[in-house]
Ligand binder design. Sequence first.
Ligand code: 13P
Ligand code: SF4
Length: 319
Amino acid sequence: MVFAASQSTAPTDAEHIAAIARLRRERNAVILAHYYQEDAIQDIADFIGDSLELSRKAAATDADVIVFCGVHFMAETAKILSPEKTVLIPDPEAGCSLADACPSEPFAAFRAEHPDHLVVSYINCSAAIKAQSDLICTSSNAVDLVNQLPADRPVLFAPDQNLGRWVQQQSGRQLTLWPGSCIVHESFSEQALLRLQADHPDAEVLAHPECLPHLLDLADFIGSTSKLLQRAEHSPASSFIVLTEPGILHQMRRKVPGKTFFEVPGTDGCSCNACPYMRLNTLEKLRRCLETMGPAIELDEAIRQRALVPIQRMLDMSR
Ligand code: 13P
Ligand code: SF4
């Protein structure tokens, strides 16, 4: 007689989703997700947003636990704003090339070379950089905030030089730029974009300001992920070529199912237009972090308090 070997089958997505729903209730947890998360995580989140909206949610929630489905600096910002809450991240390796491009000590030396400058840092940076900044901004409020700064003070902008150049152009202010960049937004192929434009001449080109300047020159509309989503909804155009991480296309297609969206591949057709950090989070890791209540974000209290000041200033100054 032949016996079938007992096989342990991996849980299905439906099982993970049911377990996450149960654990979320038991833990009084809120699941926040950025638009660059995989579709299944976006679908199960309590709230999806851009960096500014997610930090506002993190500051306002009355949940005991925040599960941050995004990258490390986003979860860290949530912890800075809500130190009494447990902040979980499904994969602690979910970093960001911009945050990595701006280490604390060289940044302190850069600041020391520009002692009269106001320091404006993009939220895509570590708590240690935030603690050395006068003001934090996101891609959705950077131009507005820089426009509010005293005209007689020079400004140092870190860590994204592409966003910084765009802010410079929009605000007319000269900025001293830290030379960081996003590996995803620098990967889009100009040739593929031009081909898509030739094939779909009526399509509007939507771009995130982290893109390289020569690609931003080809865009019809530039903004944060939320602003790109709003533009897709309200624009009279019926098709769009989207120059940002393709996770956002999930919400675009949900919000305006009658419109057509094209993603732009990376150079040489690589799939490097998907953020390798954001995509480390999975349903399975999300379930596991709620089961084990870890990994949780921990911060040095002195750094947290210093980092809170420029974040709170941003929230107060944002319209
Ligand atoms: P948003 O502020 O537009 O959400 O951008 C975050 C980000 O990491 C872009 O790469
Ligand atoms: Fe960082 Fe770029 Fe990924 Fe955004 S898309 S999290 S800026 S590496």
